[in-house]
Design a protein around this ligand. Structure first.
Ligand SMILES: [Zn+2]
Length: 128
């Protein structure tokens, strides 16, 4: 038995998601977190990062620390912006995956479930 979601089903679910997103953005004047910055702090190594929301949707309260060698967890903590003398640069963004991403990750069932419930996932911001 295959543990992958079919392309056809992914495409259908993705359409539903895009329709939902369009409707929510059109029907409200509230930007729903678009552009919001979320800070994360690792209490093990002290690493701090800043993330930004590209669209509305659920984000995580904890993520894996991205510092090399640290296998700890970073917790959501907006005080990171106060701890810094210089403004923290946004390095990661919360986005709603496109169909290509979904196709590449169609065996990650719990992640897909999260996405189709409106959840966002974190990716590194590409430098321009
Ligand atoms: Zn760490």
């Amino acid at each position: 038995m295959s543990k992958k979601v079919s392309y056809k089903k992914l495409a259908r679910l993705h359409n539903v998601l895009m329709e939902y997103e369009k409707r929510v953005i059109e029907e409200t004047t509230d930007p729903l977190g678009i552009g919001d910055r979320l800070g994360f702090h690792c209490y093990s190594c002290g690493n701090m990062i800043s993330t930004v929301k590209l669209t509305h949707g659920e984000t995580a309260t904890k993520i894996e620390c991205n510092r090399k060698g640290c296998k700890s967890i970073m917790l959501r903590n907006d005080n990171v912006y106060k701890y810094q003398n210089v403004d923290l640069e946004d390095t990661h963004e919360w986005w709603r995956p496109d169909l290509n991403w979904l196709k590449k990750n169609r065996d990650k069932l719990s992640l897909l479930d999260h996405i189709f419930k409106g959840g966002l996932i974190l990716r590194k911001i590409r430098k321009k």
